[in-house]
Design a protein around this ligand. Structure first.
Ligand SMILES: C[S@@+](CC[C@H](N)C(=O)[O-])C[C@H]1O[C@@H](n2cnc3c(N)ncnc32)[C@H](O)[C@@H]1O
Length: 210
C-alpha cells in the first residue's frame, strides 16, 4: 500500500501493543542529542508532527516546552490524551494529514521554534504530498527556528507499517529544504525494531536562517 490514511493508522494504534510497534523506543536520547545544542530548547514552542504515542512527549513536557502535537490518527492522539490526563489541556492538538495545508485556525501551532519529525516524512511518497509537507514546515517555523528529522535512510527497509517508503539521505533533505536552511548536525543510527530487525535511520538537525 502507498501513502497513509487515518483508518490505516487508527487500526495499527488500536490493535498493537505500544512495545510491539515497529518504531517503539523508550529511550529518546538520540532526539535529545539533537535538541541539546539548540539554545533554550527546554522553553521552546515545539511542534511534533506524526507524533503517534511517542514517549518523547512526556520527556519534553517535563521541561517547560509549549507543545503542539499532530497526527493523522485520531486514535493515537486519543491515547496520548488519556495518558497525559489533566496535562493534555496544556497541549495544542492538530489532527490532520501533515502534507495538507495547516489552516489559520485556533489549532495552528503558534510561532514554532522547533519542528520534530521521527519516522513520518518518509511515509509521504508522491511529490505533491512531500511539497505540501515542506510548505507547512516553512509556514509555521520561525526564522532562527530548528527542524529535526529522523527518517529511514537509503540503506533502510523499503516498507514500514505495510506502507511503501520514500527513504532519505542528508543530501536529499538538504536539497528539499533549500538555501534558507543550514545543516547543523547529522548522523546515522541503526534502530533495532521489536522483532530484532535492523532499521537504518538518518538523523538531521537544521536551522532556518531567514
Ligand atoms: C512510524 S510512526 C512514528 C510515530 C512517532 N513519531 C514516533 O517516533 O514514535 C508514524 C506516525 O506518523 C503518523 N502519520 C503518518 N502519515 C501521516 C501524515 N500524512 N500526517 C500526519 N501524521 C502521519 C502515523 O499515524 C504515526 O503516528
Amino acid at each position: 500500500m502507498s501513502q497513509a490514511s487515518s483508518n490505516h493508522w487508527d487500526e495499527i494504534f488500536s490493535n498493537t501493543e505500544e512495545t510491539n510497534l515497529g518504531w517503539y523506543e523508550d529511550d529518546v536520547s538520540l532526539t535529545l542529542k539533537l535538541l541539546k545544542p539548540i539554545p533554550n530548547w527546554e522553553h521552546s514552542n515545539m511542534f511534533m508532527v506524526g507524533t503517534g504515542i511517542s514517549r518523547l512527549i512526556e520527556t519534553v513536557l517535563a521541561k517547560s516546552v509549549r507543545l503542539s502535537l499532530n497526527d493523522i490518527s485520531p486514535k493515537a492522539l486519543e491515547k496520548v490524551k488519556s495518558r497525559l490526563g489533566k496535562e493534555s489541556g496544556s497541549v495544542n492538538w492538530l489532527c490532520q494529514d501533515i502534507s495538507k495545508p495547516i489552516n489559520d485556525s485556533d489549532q495552528r501551532p503558534a510561532s514554532v521554534d522547533i519542528w520534530i519529525d521521527r519516522a513520518v516524512l518518509h511515509f509521504l511518497n508522491d511529490e505533491q504530498s512531500i511539497c505540501g509537507y515542506f510548505e507547512n514546515l516553512n509556514k509555521v517555523l520561525k526564522k532562527g527556528g530548528h527542524s529535526l528529522f529522523a527518517e529511514f535512510s537509503k540503506k533502510g527497509a523499503a516498507t514500514c507499517a505495510d506502507l511503501e517508503l520514500h527513504r532519505y539521505s542528508v543530501d536529499e533533505l538538504t536539497e528539499r529544504l533549500g538555501s534558507t536552511y543550514q545543516l547543523i548536525d547529522s548522523f546515522e543510527h541503526i534502530y533495532m525494531n521489536p522483532k530484532g530487525e535492523p532499521r537504518p535511520y538518518v538523523y538531521c538537525l537544521y536551522q532556518k536562517l531567514s
